[in-house]
Design a protein around this ligand. Structure first.
Ligand code: FAD
Length: 411
């Protein structure tokens, strides 16, 4: 049986960063990544942005060039799926029937795109946007596509709508909630992006449920719960992910909608760590609530903590969450977690397309969403980290730089 000192399952953002951090911190043992996809680790965010829009070639998505992994002696076991974990024997089995031993295991398997539960969800022409294969299949069909229906008004759905609109397709976006980005942002930001998409010709259907996908073999339309049918040559489903943790849970790890980790990214199973989209963790920026974060920042930062812990270096996950989204010529940057806010205060005029939304809870700043407003993003970070309690009138005054408003941390 082949054995590695550290075996990493998942060759995405978290898996790549775990290997990088191990070597950066002087780890000299053997390291391997098992990756379900055939590609070396690559950046996922461009899949719904520049790569989909044809503005960034595949080669520029790679997190590191092939030589980097060879020089650092990181084995890439690609095109292989881990299907079972034996925490006693310290081994992982793959779908191909191989058993691979480990000293420490880092589970960085992310998640798989959630499929539509209704009939027609697997017709030809119904796509998700999670990995390179998904987007290449979608792009291969695009020349014959005029009308696209996007299901889901989260970041991925909105970014796909923006990219496809740029490519000249007619896009209808269906969202079950009464506003886009309902799960992750406050109303002012939702309304701003809705107006932007409408101005670019996207037909937004809010508060609208999908009944089923219509078509024989290939999709022809989307039937809505009210009986309306939207004609479609292609459907893109952006309704979130299912964390890829089944083998770990089957092996006895605590969790549910993800696998539970502590501040050092340790699961409840000895020698097994988890990082990234699949990791349930108590986050102080969510008032200690146990959550999963789906961001590059979180995957990278947790991966570095897991690597350090394996090396016996003291480390604790306490990073401020941040995220970005590009739609049309708008760059959104967010810091903190806005869920649970009691106040959403707009700084600047959304009409100028450069403004921020500051979120507070009990007078403390908990998050910012900054649209084309890098200064607020950079300076507002400290307010979030400190849980600052600035004067609201000053906060709403866009002429006052946020760095002037940092107050003493609230007790
Ligand atoms: P991933 O990067 O998904 O890597 C997991 C890897 O594990 C995958 O390659 C998967 O195939 C593989 N795998 C799964 N199960 C197994 C198994 N059993 N055996 C072997 N391999 C397995 N974040 C941002 O911060 N900003 C953005 O703008 C942004 N845009 C995004 C756009 C898109 C289209 C998508 C899909 C995501 C975006 N994200 C963005 C989220 C970000 O990409 C993820 O949070 C990040 O990739 C998480 O890293 P990860 O290592 O946990 O998972």
């Amino acid at each position: 049986m082949t054995r590695y000192d550290v075996l990493i399952v998942g060759a995405g953002h978290g898996g790549a960063q775990a290997a990088i951090a191990l070597r950066q911190n002087g780890f000299t043992g053997t390291v391997a990544l098992i990756g379900e996809e055939p590609e070396l680790p690559y950046e996922r965010p461009p899949l719904s942005k520049e790569y989909l829009a044809g503005e960034k070639p595949w080669e520029r998505l790679l997190i590191r060039q092939p030589a980097f992994w060879e020089e650092r002696n990181v084995a890439m076991l690609l095109g292989q799926t881990a299907v079972a974990v034996d925490p006693v024997a310290r081994s992982v089995s793959t779908a191909a029937g191989e058993t691979i031993g480990y000293g420490s295991l880092i589970w960085a398997a992310g998640g798989h795109a959630r499929r539509l539960p209704c009939s027609g969800g697997d017709l030809i022409g119904v796509h998700t946007v999670r990995n390179r294969g998904d987007v290449d299949r979608l792009l291969g069909e695009l020349p014959d596509v005029a009308r696209v229906v996007v299901i889901g008004g989260g970041y991925i759905g909105l970014e796909a709508a923006a990219a496809l609109t740029k490519l000249g397709r007619h896009v209808t976006l269906v969202e079950a909630q009464d506003r886009v980005l309902e799960r992750v942002a406050g109303e002012p930001l939702s309304r701003f992006f809705e107006a932007e998409h409408r101005a670019h010709g996207v037909d937004l259907r809010l508060g609208t449920q999908v009944d089923c996908i219509e078509g024989v073999e290939r999709v022809t339309g989307v039937r809505l719960a009210d009986g309306d049918v939207l004609a479609a040559d292609m459907v893109i489903v952006g309704i979130g992910i299912v964390p890829a943790v089944a083998p770990l849970l089957a092996a006895g790890a605590q969790g549910g909608n993800g696998v539970l980790i502590d501040g050092q990214c340790r699961t409840s199973l000895p020698g097994i760590f988890a990082v990234g989209d699949c990791a349930l963790h108590a986050n102080r920026f969510a008032e200690g609530a146990v959550i999963r974060l789906e961001s590059v920042q979180n995957a990278n930062d947790q991966a570095s903590i897991a690597a350090k812990t394996i090396l016996g270096i003291d480390a604790e996950y306490d990073a401020v969450p941040w995220f970005w989204s590009n739609q049309y010529e708008l760059k959104l940057q967010t810091v903190g977690i806005s869920a649970g806010h009691d106040t959403a205060l707009v700084r600047g005029d959304p009409e100028t397309r450069s403004f921020s939304v500051v979120y507070l809870r009990n007078g403390r700043v908990i998050a910012l969403d900054c649209v084309n407003s890098i200064k607020d993003y950079v300076q507002g970070r400290k307010l979030v980290v400190d849980g600052a309690t600035p004067d609201l009138a000053a906060l709403a005054d866009a002429s006052r730089p946020l760095k002037e408003l940092a107050s003493l941390p609230a007790s």
